[in-house]
Ligand binder design. Structure first.
Ligand code: 5AD
Ligand code: SF4
Length: 461
């Protein structure tokens, strides 16, 4: 979500005529879009901000802007005002669209502008984004979160849940498709609780005839996915994130019947211990989670799964941590994002007395990562010999003479390609030209090796 906010900020700057520079030293404006989900991000922000002080004092043309989740917390604003008074603009997560106005005012009036809103005004403040990828787009379908997991700051920084109208989402995706986008990632803190109100009663009527709309005239997430699948040009649909407590049978059925919905799900488990899950306020237990996994795998053979896991939640015992390891062994995730529990001021868990010592947290964390990685590697090695369809993203980051793309199951594939096939036909004469020609297209790739975080392969021409 922060990444998409950054795309929108870049989009607004482009419209104002600004261009992105390769080196921050050349920038006349620097914007730090912050995350506050863990303390490390907070620390890095203040570290980076400190480095900008000198130039900010010496160069009157240079602007420093800070925004994002951290700015929705009063103690952070107080600290910036006191220790970093030279920051030019501060805005929050609910008023990104105000950035051009704030920028104009700050430049004209040569004074600091601070504007933080407590809540989003409406669900229609979508802005033109400068996309990171030409053929893949992030699309907000809802904002905020109502779940209040006891460790998490997001409900406080992103506010209450608000779903965009289905028509607005569809219109945005139709425009993206016309602009060459082939894959959309639908974004929400908990997409399974999407409840879109149709703007047009005719659309609601039509949806009801198709058997989709719930009694109160609300469009569900599954219905939205099926409507998006009807848009020409869009070939892949993904979403992030799903809360297990709200994952419906209707969504599992949608996976089965909607070819365009990628066979991949990110389903944060957080812990394998029922007592810890209860203390986290997750509102499911390990048996229910495993049941969802079983149903998904039965309905969608080959579906890939990833998760989020927190290690060292207050009070977590060695046995409870081992329940998490057991969960990982049972589910066998394709990949997992693992986190050390981090105290977030203002959340209930921050006040729990039985915080886990750092060394214990780290020791558990290392054991978990070792297990997760070994399963990822085994899973990826099982792809060797298969041919996978990938959407080409461009040249690989590591090896500039290979291309990179993602499979339907979201696996990153770095693959080689025989340039002679293109050169003989006169379609290209350098690897650069080949890369440009193939970016954004779908290609068959034969997998030749599996690594922990990616696959390797060769293009089938
Ligand atoms: N400490 C550690 N990890 C956290 N997450 C959220 N809050 C915290 C915290 N206080 C993790 C959760 C969530 C992911 C985005 O970040 O696993 O799913
Ligand atoms: Fe945080 Fe829980 Fe909401 Fe996810 S569902 S954003 S972990 S409160």
């Amino acid at each position: 979500m922060n990444e998409h906010d950054s795309e929108m900020i870049a989009g607004m700057l482009s419209e104002l005529g600004y261009v992105q520079v390769p080196d921050r030293k050349e920038a006349s404006i620097e914007i730090l879009n912050t995350c506050s989900v863990r303390e490390n991000a907070d620390k890095r922000f203040f570290g980076t901000l400190g480095q900008l002080k000198r130039r900010s004092k010496e160069d009157p043309e240079y602007m420093v802007c800070v925004c994002g989740c951290m700015m929705q917390q009063q103690h952070i604003i107080d600290r910036i005002k006191e220790k970093y008074p030279w920051v030019d603009i501060i805005f929050g997560t609910h008023n990104i669209h105000r950035f051009p106005t704030l920028l104009g005012n700050a430049i004209r009036e040569k004074e600091q502008k601070i504007e933080i809103w407590d809540a989003r005004e409406s669900s229609e403040q979508e802005l033109p984004a400068k996309r990171l990828y030409e053929n893949k787009a992030l699309v907000n379908i809802m904002y905020g979160c109502n779940n209040f997991c006891t460790y998490c700051i997001v409900p406080y920084t992103r506010g209450r849940e608000m779903s965009r109208a289905p028509e607005d989402v569809l219109e945005e995706i139709e425009k993206l498709a016309a602009d060459g986008v082939r894959e959309v990632m639908l974004l929400g803190q908990n997409v399974n609780s999407y409840k879109g109100e149709f703007k047009n009663p005719g659309n609601q009527q039509k949806a009801r005839l198709e058997g989709f709309v719930e009694e109160d005239g609300i469009c569900t997430f599954s219905h939205l996915v099926r409507l998006i699948a009807g848009i020409d040009g869009i070939e892949r649909i993904r979403f992030m994130t799903s809360h297990p407590k709200d994952l419906s049978d209707e969504l599992i059925e949608t996976f089965r019947v909607t070819d365009k919905l990628c066979k991949n799900i990110h389903l944060p488990v957080q812990s394998g211990s029922d007592r810890v899950l209860k203390k986290m306020n997750r509102r499911y237990d390990s048996a229910r989670y495993l049941d969802i996994v079983r149903k998904l795998r039965e309905a969608v053979p080959g579906i890939t799964m990833s998760t989020d896991i927190i290690v060292g939640f207050p009070g977590e015992t060695e046995e409870e941590f081992e329940d998490t390891l057991e969960m990982v062994r049972k589910v066998r995730y394709d990949s997992a994002f693992t986190f050390l529990y981090s105290i977030r001021t203002g959340t209930p868990a921050a006040t729990y007395p039985d915080q886990i010592p750092e060394d214990v947290k780290h020791e558990r964390f290392n054991r978990l990562v070792e297990l997760v990685d070994s399963i990822s590697l085994e899973k990826n090695l099982a792809y060797v010999g298969r041919t996978e369809k990938v959407l080409v993203e461009g040249r690989s980051k590591r090896n500039r003479n290979t291309l990179a793309g993602r499979t339907d199951g979201f696996k990153l594939v770095n693959f080689t390609i025989d340039p002679s096939a293109f050169m003989e036909k006169g379609e290209a004469c350098s690897f650069d030209e080949i890369a440009e020609k193939l970016t954004g297209t779908f290609m068959d790739v034969r997998i030749t090796n599996g690594k922990t975080f990616s696959l390797e392969g060769e293009a089938v021409l």
